[in-house]
Design a protein around this ligand. Sequence first.
Ligand code: ZN
Length: 295
Amino acid sequence: MGSKIISGITSDKSVRIYVVDTTSMVEEARMIHRATPVSTAALGRVISATSLMGRMLKGDKESLTVQVKGSGEIKSIMGVGNADGNVKAYISNPDVVRPANAQGKIDVGGAVGQGHLIVIKDMGLKEPFIGRCELVSGEIAEDLAAYYMQSEQQPSVVSLGVLMDPEVGGVVASGGIIIQPLPFAEDEVIDKIERSVMGLPAISTLISEGKSVEEIASIALKEFEVEIISEKTVELYCDCSRDRVEKALISLGTTELTEMLETDGHAELSCHFCNKKYQFDEGNLNNLIAGLDGK
Ligand code: ZN
C-alpha cells in the first residue's frame, strides 16, 4: 500500500493537524540504504517529519531540508521535501547497531546523540530561511517540537514513529503527526489539545493496527471534530541525473579529474539519496577535462 498524507482542521477552526503514513516510503529507504533497524528508525522519523513539514509549505516552488546532525554514530540524516509531501532522504551511517534503550525501545536518541536540528526553507526568495535548534533528546519528534517553539514560536505536538519487525528487520509501520493551534488560539484550546493527546498510542502502533490516517487524525484530536482538508499519496523520490553528477565532477577541477583518470581510468559516482550509480569511462573523463581546459 502506498504512503498517504492528510491535512485537517478542527470544525471550530482553532487547530490544524497533519498525519502521514510513510510505511512504504521508509521500507523503500531502508532497502536503498541497506539500513539497520536503528538507522532505519531514525531515517524514517526524519522522512515523516520532512513529508509533514513539506506539506505545510505554501507554494509549489518551495522546498525544505530537514537535517539532524548529532554526536552519535549516525552522524547526520537529511530529508529534502517539497509541497507535495514527497521526500528524498539520506543517512550518513546506515549500519548502526545498538541495544534497546531503558524502555526496551529502539534507541534512536542514543544513535543520534547530541547536536542540532536544522531546517532550511527555500521559499524562492534570495535567501533561504534557516532555523536551527539544539537537539533535546535526539528522538527527533521532541526535537522538532522544540524547533517549532524556538525558531517559529509555534507550539506544536509532534509524534513520529517507526515500528520494525524484530526478526526480518523490515518496516512494519511508520508515520507522523503534527498538531498546531492556529495563531491567537485561547489557552482553552491548548488545554483541549493536551487532553486529546494524553495517552495517545504511538503513531506506528496505530498504523500497525490498521488505522487509516483519517482515523488517526480523529483519535489524536478526540476532544475536537476534525474536518479533512486535503489528502494525497506521497512517495520517496530522487531528482538526480547524469547531468547533475557531471556538474559535480566538473566542479572537482582539472587536477582532481586528471588524477582520477590516471589512477582508475574511470569514475563511478553514486547518488547519496537513491544510490543510483553513474559511470564515467576514460572517454567521458577526457571530454570533461578537455571542456575545463577550453575555459
Ligand atoms: Zn538519486
